[in-house]
Design a protein around this ligand. Structure first.
Ligand code: DOR
Length: 341
């Protein structure tokens, strides 16, 4: 998930730490997390923003660039600072200008990661302007992910926030060192949501939502009970003024109702009994993390999602954030969380 930084961090982290015991934190800050020192100080700022008495472990990631040395990654991983490394293709999304321009040129990085067992987390989209935006994920898999895994068969890889049937099939048919996360929003919306009655920036995220048959494939994958598919919210808040501009930012802020959003899908698919594995077990198992022992309770009691969330006291309407499901009635709610010591 994206927790951002500065004054917004404090309000943002609470929405996740309320129900999640730990989270993999994305490194795409304005100054990306490319060193151990940056990761340590960002982690400290996150921990200082969590309410006292709440257990929350931020798992930090390194931001891969064209020139990040394998040694820096290796040391950071061995020192327990970097949990994994994130690959953003350059200019694929928010704050990705310093991302990787040539995947084949950083092969020594992947070699080291494979050797030390460090997870590689991928934003899987090509950025070539001749590739249709809606094909970017499928083309990435064919051009880059498949060859990468052929070169590094033991590299532990998570294809994050998948959006296509092609990704579902690829991950499903690959071995146990490849997993995929699925966001709540990609389970709920298809690309029509962005154009419903006008241009709806609240539903714009990257990778962009695709056609309905892709959404249905994602729902089948998430509720399949297959361990290679697990929860990953990619919650990505942006103030309204940054969403509603001539060049609006990509990202959906789903953290406030993430679990309620997933449970809605699992219930509709008749798979409530598989929610816990998807949410709490498969991801942890993939990463070799112990399962959490604390529990939260969800009850079937409806709640109305507000149209806006105020992250800063005194925020103008342009400075508010629109949560995913704004204005919707959700059927479930978290009533009790034991995420406290
Ligand atoms: O929609 C997105 N927003 N996708 C990403 O990959 C990045 C994120 C953000 O940081 O805003």
């Amino acid at each position: 998930m994206h927790l951002r930084d500065g004054p917004l961090l404090k309000s943002i982290v609470g929405y996740s730490s309320r129900v999640f015991r730990r989270a993999i934190v994305m490194p795409n800050l304005e100054v990306p997390i490319t060193t151990e020192a940056l990761a340590v100080s960002y982690r400290q700022r996150i921990l200082e923003s969590v309410d006292i008495g709440t257990c929350f472990t931020p798992l930090m990631t390194a931001y891969l660039t064209d020139d990040l040395s394998p040694k820096v990654l290796e040391n950071g991983f061995k020192n327990g600072i970097f949990f994994g490394a994130k690959l953003y293709p350059a200019n694929a999304t928010t704050n990705s200008a310093r991302g990787v321009t040539d995947f084949f040129a950083i092969d020594s990085v992947f070699e080291t990661m494979e050797e030390i067992g460090m997870p590689l987390l991928i934003h899987g989209e090509v950025t070539d302007t001749d590739v249709d935006v809606f094909d970017r994920e499928a083309v990435f898999i064919e051009r880059y992910l498949n060859p990468l895994l052929l070169r590094h068969p033991n590299l532990k890889v998570v294809l994050e926030h998948i959006t296509t049937e092609q990704a579902v099939q690829f991950v499903d048919s690959y071995g146990s060192n490849l997993g995929a996360t699925i966001t709540p929003h990609h389970l709920h919306i298809n690309r029509n949501a962005m154009f419903l009655g006008g241009l709806r920036s609240d539903f714009y995220c990257l990778p962009v939502a695709k056609r309905e048959h892709h959404r249905l494939a994602l729902r089948r994958a998430a509720t399949s009970g297959k361990p290679c598919f697990f929860l990953g919210t990619d919650s990505a808040p942006h103030l309204r003024l940054h969403k509603e501009s001539s060049c609006g930012c990509a990202g959906i802020f789903n953290a406030p109702y993430a679990l309620e959003s997933y449970i809605e899908v699992f219930e509709q698919e008749g798979a409530l009994d598989r929610l816990e594995d998807f949410s709490s077990k498969f991801g942890a198992d993939f990463y070799g993390l112990p399962l959490n022992t604390q529990k939260i309770t969800l009850v079937r009691k409806s709640q109305l999602v507000p149209n806006f969330i105020n992250l800063n006291e005194g925020a103008t309407s342009a400075e508010k954030v629109v949560p995913f499901h704004a204005g919707d009635l959700l059927s479930w709610r978290v009533v009790r969380d034991e995420n406290k010591e």
